[in-house]
Design a protein around this ligand. Structure first.
Ligand code: SF4
Ligand code: SF4
Length: 152
């Protein structure tokens, strides 16, 4: 199977113009969307925690150990392509899909712009080394793990 051609600066194009491969390349692999979130019942505000999905694997390019079955094994896990991305205002404010949906440019550290993962690592965007697996935290204890380094 041959890989489809990639359009120059495809990350500046509308979603509708992207091939499947280009769409997948937009993801920076930060892992932030795999963190557990809490929603304030009154304000609706979303708070990220450092508790992460048990299928998340650090140091792997894909991060997810069940990628093809993820929405089956983890009902809360999103297939972003199939979702109404306009309604995903709780996605991390650094997420490439959210940025492009809001017609904002990618950050200079994004691997597509910087050319490697080094700038992203320097900017502290990846969750690697900063999380605790959901296997070790009771769901009613998530509040103790709320973080400020990911915003919605
Ligand atoms: S937050 Fe966005 S860019 Fe980061 S891993 Fe999730 S989908 Fe990819
Ligand atoms: S199933 Fe995979 S993609 Fe979904 S939240 Fe868990 S680690 Fe992330």
């Amino acid at each position: 199977m041959t890989e489809s051609a990639i359009t120059e600066k495809f990350w500046e194009l509308p979603f509708s113009d992207l091939s499947y491969h280009e769409w997948e390349l937009l993801c920076d692999g930060c892992g932030r969307c795999c963190l557990k979130k809490l929603e304030d019942d009154d304000s609706g505000e979303v708070h990220y925690t450092r508790v992460i999905c048990k299928y998340f694997v650090e140091q792997q390019p894909l991060h997810c150990s069940c990628y093809n079955e993820r929405t089956v094994l983890v009902p809360q896990c999103l297939d972003v392509k199939k979702s109404d991305i306009a309604s995903l205002s709780w996605m991390p404010d650094t997420c490439a899909y959210r940025l492009r949906q809001e017609e904002k440019p990618l950050f200079s550290w994004h691997p597509l712009i910087s050319g490697s993962g080094a700038a992203m690592a320097d900017a502290g965007i990846s969750v690697n080394g900063k999380t605790v697996s959901e296997e070790f935290v009771y769901p009613d204890g998530y509040e103790e793990h709320i973080i400020r380094w990911v915003g919605a």
